[in-house]
Design a protein around this ligand. Structure first.
Ligand code: SAM
Length: 217
């Protein structure tokens, strides 16, 4: 994915001036890099957005699918009220290890449970209702994860789905990108009777992308 230099520069400026990440956010990125993990976490501007959405919605029980090094987990867990909890789902044990370390270093170990395994298997063991669900894992299962968000949610549960625009590949889902058809399928599901939704396009260090924001009907 290609980022135009100005998009990245603007994102850095906004991050520095408005978002103001703390040392715990920087540390999470540094550890991830040091452990050779792919730099596919959300941008700080989006991490802060997730933080604000948890607060705006008053969410106390949050579910995340796709943990990586815990960067987005930290942003969301920091927004939880006393007694609130985040369950985050990660397939790779080595990613989960780094995430646990980063969450502990941020003082959030008590507020977050990192569940290791295939998300579809973990989801079948969880019980709701969750107030907010953030989906950011294997795109092939986006629609399954949305169905689980409904099952483990309630009317009004906030759903955020990352990588909804994916460089515009939704315009030509048969163009060779293996994830594109699944992204299109999940957006059609969000446009159906189960959700009220929109998609916000973004441009930044991660290129041209966007996220879907929805509530369960
Ligand atoms: N939300 C993270 C952040 O912004 O900091 C980034 C998540 S990264 C884009 C996607 C993660 O989902 C990877 O760590 C990957 O190992 C994990 N993943 C992929 N397939 C999965 C599955 N079937 N179940 C659970 N996790 C999965």
């Amino acid at each position: 994915h290609v980022a135009q230099p100005e998009w990245t520069e603007v994102e850095r400026w906004l991050t520095r001036t408005v978002v103001k990440p703390g040392p715990e956010h920087e540390r999470a990125l540094e550890t991830a890099e040091a452990r050779g993990m792919p730099p596919i976490e959300v941008q700080p501007t989006s991490g802060k957005l997730l933080n604000l959405l948890v607060r705006i919605s008053g969410a106390a029980r949050v579910l995340e699918i796709g943990t990586l090094a815990g960067f987005s987990s930290i942003w969301m867990a920091q927004a939880l009220p006393a007694g609130g909890h985040l369950d985050t789902l990660e397939y790779l044990p080595e990613h989960a290890d780094v995430a646990r370390q980063n969450l502990a270093a941020a003082g959030l170990a008590e507020k977050v449970t990192v569940h290791v395994g295939r998300a579809l298997e973990t989801l079948a063991r969880l019980s709701g209702p969750y107030d907010l669900v953030f989906i950011d894992a294997d795109k092939q299962n986006n629609s399954r994860y949305l169905e689980w968000a409904v099952r483990l949610g309630r009317p009004g549960t906030v759903v955020v789905l990352d990588n909804a625009v994916w460089e515009g590949t939704l315009l030509h889902p048969d163009g060779g990108d293996q994830d594109a058809p699944f992204i299109v399928e999940s957006l059609e599901l969000l446009g159906g009777p189960l959700f009220d939704a929109t998609v916000v396009q973004t441009a930044g260090s991660k290129g041209w992308d966007g996220f879907a924001l929805a509530v369960v009907r």
